[in-house]
Design a binder for this molecule. Sequence first.
Ligand code: UN1
Length: 504
Amino acid sequence: MSKTNDVLKNLGLDAGALAKGDLEVYSPLDGAKLGALQQHKAKDVAPAVDKAQAAFATWRAVPGPVRGEFVRLLGEELRSNKDDLGRLVTLECGKVLSEGLGEVQEMIDICDFAVGLSRQLYGLTIASERPGHHMRETWHPLGVIGIISAFNFPVAVWAWNAALALVCGNALIWKPSEKTPITALACQNLFDRAVEKFKAAGHDIPDNLSQVLIGARDVGEALADNKNIPLVSATGSTVMGRDVGARVGARLGRSLLELGGNNAMVVSPTADLEMAVRAILFGAVGTCGQRCTSLRRLIVHESVYDGLVASLVKAYGQIRVGDPLDSDTLVGPLIDEAAFEGMQDTLKKAQAEGGKVLVGGERVTDNVPGGFYVAPAIVEMSGQSDVVMHETFAPILYTLKYSDLEQAIEMHNDVPQGLSSCIFTENVREAERFLSATGSDCGIANVNIGTSGAEIGGAFGGEKETGGGRESGSDSWKVYMRRQTQTVNYSDEMPLAQGVVFKL
Ligand code: UN1
């Protein structure tokens, strides 16, 4: 039995059963077919929502800390299957194994966070202006949560949503990317195992609390259009988010959008350049430039520009591109041929707009015709032309020069997206300015660390075309609940607010 089959088996999947449908799934490692899955269609959404609503009706009445106990068990399943799930992530989406394992760790972390949260779904008490009255704000479960996820974080983004939504008392329907449905089925199996353990411990849990719908765009559209899904959380391109947001908005539902980024680092004259180079490498070439937090623009002070860019070009020459299962590899393949073509088109466009490719861009075949391995590219630009305004999901880093910080911040913010940002500086004035109301306009702003690799404890998401949503840590849980303002009159009078008198 091949290693892949072992991994599938350990995660409760059977290679034979995964070969009976028409959604073909290929590994980006070598183009080998991983499976052909049966797809759901738009017509399958409404029945799934009915089942999820029935599950919600029961789950919402389970005490929060007991729901937390279920998420604790889910976290335990993830802990004990981290190696296999991390490997499957690598096989299906191509990120290096350390990042595949890191992604599963991110799932475990959010489960731990959610377990604590299950005892801290705090509301407020509010001073009433009326005597003998008590006001408070309470958070109640919301309903069926639709989750649409992307190929590049095929499992962690689901977990961010699922762990919080579950402790908040909701039911889940997940439409994973068509490129990475097998990892989603593996997660559903781990979910089912946690359900069995929860039941064995004497707890009740409804059927269909979590469902996976494998399918194409029509399934996503049907989820977005379904009025019985109060919240659709969608991660992916701005084009996708615009459509989902408009559909959900048309029925006055809520959406949580985590869309494209165009993340930049400002490197000031006082920056520790050695540290900056390390952060740039991870940010720009990690995950083959396919994170929404990937570093895409480097805005460098003119006094340190030449030296830094020369060090980067040298460092890029040493990047090991290849088999992501090999522990020496830093950069695995792009997800597919379309991503490779997209990268080539962007490089051509950048050159046509005056850009100079300093290194990389070419295909590194490595004798694997079915895999799209590329040398990460650095492109020097004289300004932020059209191509720089767009997110290309590939390892292309644009370098730009600045002469004073005002100009750097202006350039930094002068793109349609607003996800992640950072500054490298040893100057506290520059750092604080970058973090201030007149600094970075992004949802994430860092000092002396890169743009990618956020921890789960903070709220994750961004402004402008990034969609405005926040998921993961901090108080992001509130979006998975409905807020109720409650006023109780414990007096024997009937005073009206604002001193209004209304008597017969
Ligand atoms: C994504 O690319 O959609 O901050 C998520 C990061 C990861 C999550 C990225 N923790 O890079």
